[in-house]
Design a protein around this ligand. Structure first.
Ligand code: G1P
Length: 300
């Protein structure tokens, strides 16, 4: 990986989202909104900001709405234009900025995150690329996005880079966990990595968050991989195999991550983005105070 800037980002969006049933019966979880934008839009914006111009969505055959969302909405655009609703028109035109293209590939079977990434191989080719998991929504007020941060480090160092954050030891079973002996509070080389270890055997409490910049050799490794944790083809296992042949750094990003794969994470993200919203912030504070008082949670 010769100090190349990433141009391509892979979004694995083929999951069933069973945690959010019944909503996800018809709405893919990546289309769940935080205020007025679906989760996938935040992920796409972060990738575009990091310099990506080719976005590869790994979907399943039921997720037409993700492709529809990034497609041109001729009829709606025409109506808004005729009605002079220019601000709204810009909003729907900007879902994919000019010069950025979307590619859709299908993951026929849900065989795991590693398998989803492998499905993007033909679209990515032989260059370093990003993987962005839209469930992990990262808010960094007025600062560079998390992907941009790790893409900078990958470009400077010629290494692969994975975003990490500290989690309570009791939570290691929900994440890929890295062992980075030289970690200096911001970054360090990864010596080993394990998918969802029990707290008692986790090598550290530094957890992988859904942002990766990876060398394209990962595809060969994924190709030959046997199912791992939960009988799935795990990206973590392929990265473990990459370690002896190519350096992979862990990077503690600046920003706040919301785990929008959980109910609470989705709620926290909604609160944060509403409080940070120019037009909604003050009213949100009032609404929250009122709700807390009416529910008897705090005195008004
Ligand atoms: C995936 C990865 C895991 C990583 C996590 C981050 O797990 O397999 O290593 O820590 O994303 O969100 P999932 O949450 O899809 O089970």
């Amino acid at each position: 990986m010769k100090n190349q800037r990433i141009r391509k980002a892979v979004f694995p969006v083929a999951g069933l989202g069973t945690r959010f049933l019944p909503a996800t019966k018809t709405v893919p979880k990546e289309m769940m909104p935080i205020v007025d934008r679906p989760l996938i839009q935040y992920a796409v914006d972060e990738a575009v900001e990091a310099g990506c111009d080719t976005l590869v969505f790994v979907t399943n055959r039921y997720k037409h709405s993700v492709a529809d969302y990034f497609d041109k909405a001729y009829e709606l655009e025409h109506k808004l234009e005729k009605a002079g609703k220019i601000a709204q028109l810009e909003l729907i035109r900007d879902v994919l900025p000019k010069g950025v293209r979307a590619v859709f590939v299908t993951q026929a079977e849900a065989l795991g995150l590693g398998h989803a990434v492998l499905c993007a191989r033909a679209a990515v080719g032989d260059e370093p690329f990003a993987v962005v998991l839209p469930d992990d929504l990262i808010w960094h007020r007025n600062g560079a996005g998390a992907l941009s941060q790790i893409a900078d480090l990958a470009e400077q160092s010629g290494s692969s880079v994975i975003a990490v954050e500290d989690v309570p030891r009791a939570m290691t079973g929900s994440y890929g966990i890295v062992d980075a002996p030289s970690f200096d509070n911001r970054h360090g080389g990864i010596a080993s990595m394990v998918e969802k270890p029990a707290p008692g055997v986790a090598p550290s409490t530094l957890a992988v968050v859904g942002r990766y910049v990876l060398d394209a050799r990962i595809f060969d490794l994924l190709e030959g991989l046997a199912p791992g944790k939960d009988s799935e083809i795990q990206l973590t296992d392929a990265i473990s195999q990459l370690l002896p042949i190519h350096p992979v750094l862990a990077y503690r990003f600046q920003g706040t991550r919301f785990d929008c794969g959980t109910h609470l994470g989705l709620i926290e993200a909604t609160i944060r983005f509403a409080l940070d919203h120019e037009a909604l912030s003050a009213a949100t504070v009032v609404a929250m105070q009122q709700a807390l008082a009416e529910m008897g949670v705090v005195e008004h």
